[in-house]
Ligand binder design. Structure first.
Ligand code: OAD
Length: 256
């Protein structure tokens, strides 16, 4: 797909001192990982993610929630980073300072080679104690559980320290963003002069508020998304194309 990159967008990036990219599930769509607001398919078609990704769902039926996460872990493990993930690694090397904040829990940015990724919504490949037995602060990440029998609580993974159920290390609806991620994202946004929103519906806060924070700090806003979002009207530059085409086009144009 040929993507035309606005000259003003290139000029903003070429003169930027600090660039922040915020990614959402759209950047992983071309790796075969469904976005959140795509309809679920197959076994999971009758559930919405909102019915499964909540503390209430886990309290009500941890076995169901674990089965869904196990299915998603398998999907993510089979997925490969795509041209969009790889182009962000290159973009980071082309500007003086770069911060990548992701709402994705799939680890594909890290597998593409991005460093210091701020994981706003946690990581699906780690487990943590469901009662945070180690007290306040970030819970200890344990090796991801790969095999869970599909019958009964007895088979679910348990914390070796306190015996409570383990849960996936992601942020669920209604839960707070991990402090370290929030602090790192806010610091990066305060310092940035270009903010790029990629593959996110800009519907879920507080992540969706980072773009307006960047705007208040004086940054230029770029959006990359094939469909309009609540951010589109406020963006200085919009590329209405898949991230896997738009980001390599930006990097190629910057190198010229
Ligand atoms: P959504 O599913 O809300 O939005 C995905 C966005 O990606 C949409 O705006 C699509 O138009 C866009 N998109 C689809 N294919 C694309 C492509 N190839 N290139 C670029 N964009 C594409 O997903 P998120 O915005 O990530 O939170 O959702 C935000 C949060 O809501 C998630 O992190 C998750 C969810 O609830 C939690 O689980 C806490």
């Amino acid at each position: 797909m040929a993507v035309s990159v606005p000259a003003g967008l290139l000029a903003a990036l070429a003169s930027a001192r600090h660039v922040v990219a915020l990614t959402g599930s759209g950047i992983s769509a071309e790796s075969g990982v469904p976005t959140f607001r795509d309809a679920q398919t197959g076994l999971w078609a009758k559930f919405s993610p909102e019915q499964l990704a909540t503390p209430e769902a886990f309290a009500r039926d941890p076995e169901l929630v674990w089965r869904w996460y196990r299915w998603r872990r398998d999907l993510v493990a089979r997925a490969q980073p795509n041209a969009g993930h790889l182009a962000l690694v290159e973009l980071a090397a082309l500007v003086p300072a770069f911060a990548l904040v992701t709402q994705n829990v799939d680890g594909l940015h890290q597998r593409a080679g991005s460093r210091d990724v701020v994981e706003f919504h946690g990581n699906i490949l780690v487990d943590r104690c469901s009662v945070a037995c180690e007290g306040p602060g970030p819970a200890r990440a344990l090796p991801a559980t790969t095999s869970i029998a599909s019958t009964g609580d007895d088979e679910l993974p348990r914390c070796t320290a306190c015996g409570a159920l383990l849960r996936p290390g992601v942020v669920w609806f209604g839960e707070a963003i991990p402090d370290a991620a929030l602090i790192a994202a806010h610091r990066a946004v305060r310092e940035c002069d270009v903010f790029i929103s990629i593959g996110t519906s800009s519907l879920v806060f507080p992540a969706a508020g980072l773009a307006s924070d960047a705007r208040r700090a004086g940054a230029a806003l770029i959006e990359i998304n094939p469909s309009p979002t609540p951010l589109t009207a406020a963006a200085d530059f919009v590329i209405e194309a898949p991230a896997g085409a738009a980001l390599p086009a930006i990097v190629a144009a910057l190198r010229r």
